[in-house]
Design a binder for this molecule. Structure first.
Ligand code: ATP
Length: 376
């Protein structure tokens, strides 16, 4: 296995509308054995970046290294990287073992050795009993495993996966995520995984690379990205339900407080008013709130307009004087119904520059002991 170094990589396309900068001078390193998800909205350049690493797209400028070897101009077949794409292209007329071991056939290896190796790989990914079946006899998840098996049989230097699970249903997706992590631990592979699904990226990544408009917005652990977003874009894109964002301005005589949406509701941000540049955007996550039925003089009163149940939690959409505020409560702790009155308190908040969207500061330093309990 190997690390992957990407240095000021740029990819431009020409179109009728002019030049498109799909990847805009990005630099990062994926460490040996690391699982990195490239995540971002549609069109942000994820696939193009992955295809450049794979060698399927020629960069406009910049450099790609696998370990110490520069591969920027090396054709894809000579990079020894494994690809798994969204479309599973198994050969329908070949049995599972033939599909898995197909790359070895191209290397001129005989059927007995191929069968043996396919068996070994299939056992690793827990489809050992399917070797003599045809793809048409398999479920979607099993087909996906065969595709993964085919990609790992040659012991590649790294794995590149582009939305490999987007065709699977939600339950199967969850199972395959666990499976993929298990496979990665077993084979110890360096993995780069493209997805537009922030929840998937949060679950799978050692580090996630959040992209927008061809640029890296943040590269860090899911905990870091969730708790310490670099900017408004990252704060909004990561975390569900979405962060609450409201206009705010410092209350000069109270030191660390901002008033919200020009009302008398203030939030203690723990950030000195003197370091807040006039009007800002206040952000707080629906999970970083307290909700009470009793009147809390520091809280924000409102009426629950909608209750959305998600497993053990309820998402409450509360009508308040600063507009709609989303909060998450435990169903058993807060059995709330639509029409109820509640008081909302803010436990942790962020301030963003109103013009640039950059994070100015966050109210509470992220506590390392909370890193294991990331909520998405
Ligand atoms: P999605 O999640 O929708 O697949 P993405 O983040 O993977 O999106 P890319 O497919 O990398 O984004 O596309 C980035 C930009 O480059 C888009 O504006 C896209 O239209 C453009 N683009 C990609 N491939 C080409 C091409 N071959 N020719 C012209 N423009 C392209």
């Amino acid at each position: 296995m190997t690390d992957i170094k990407v240095d000021t990589l740029r990819k431009e396309f020409s179109s009728d509308a002019g030049k498109i900068v799909a990847v805009d001078d990005v630099s990062f390193t994926v460490d040996d054995g690391e699982f990195v998800c490239i995540v971002g909205p549609s069109g942000c350049g994820k696939t193009t970046l992955l295809r450049c690493i794979a060698g399927l797209e020629r960069p406009t400028s910049g450099q790609i290294k696998l370990g110490t070897e520069e591969v920027t101009d090396v054709p894809p077949q000579n990079r020894n990287l494994a690809f798994v794409f969204q479309d599973i292209t198994l050969y329908p007329h070949m049995k599972v073992w033939e599909n898995i071991s197909y790359p070895l056939k191209l290397d001129g290896i005989g059927p007995d050795d191929r069968y043996e190796k396919a068996q070994e790989v299939a056992d690793t990914i827990q489809i050992g009993e399917l070797l003599d079946k045809y793809p048409g006899e398999l479920s979607g998840g099993q087909q996906q495993r065969v595709a993964i098996g085919r990609s790992i049989i040659r012991s590649p230097r790294a794995y590149l996966l582009d939305e490999p699970m987007s065709d699977l249903d939600a339950k199967l997706k969850k199972e395959m995520r666990v499976e993929l992590q298990r496979i990665q631990q077993q084979v110890g592979g360096t993995m780069v995984y493209v997805t537009h699904d922030q929840e998937e990226a949060m679950t799978l990544s050692d580090r996630m690379l959040v992209m927008d408009d061809g640029n890296i917005q943040q590269f860090g652990s899911p905990q870091k990205v969730y708790h310490e977003p670099n900017n408004l874009f990252v704060a909004r894109f990561i975390g569900s339900p979405e962060i609450n964002l409201l206009a705010a301005s410092p209350v000069s005589d109270t030191g660390e407080t901002v008033s919200v949406e020009d009302t008398d509701w203030t939030v203690d941000t723990g950030i000195q008013a003197s370091s807040v540049p006039g009007r800002v955007t206040l952000g707080f996550r629906p999970r970083h709130t307290t909700v009470a039925r009793t009147t809390n003089p520091d809280g924000l009163g409102g009426e629950v307009a909608l209750v959305e149940s998600v497993g053990d939690e309820n998402i409450l959409y509360v009508d308040t004087k600063v507009g709609e505020v989303r909060v998450v409560v435990d169903i058993e702790e807060y059995p709330v119904s639509e029409g109820d009155s509640v008081e909302i308190g803010v436990e942790r908040s962020y301030l963003f520059d109103r013009d640039t969207g950059d994070t100015i500061a966050k109210s509470t330093e992220h506590q390392p002991d909370r890193e294991d309990t990331v909520e998405t």
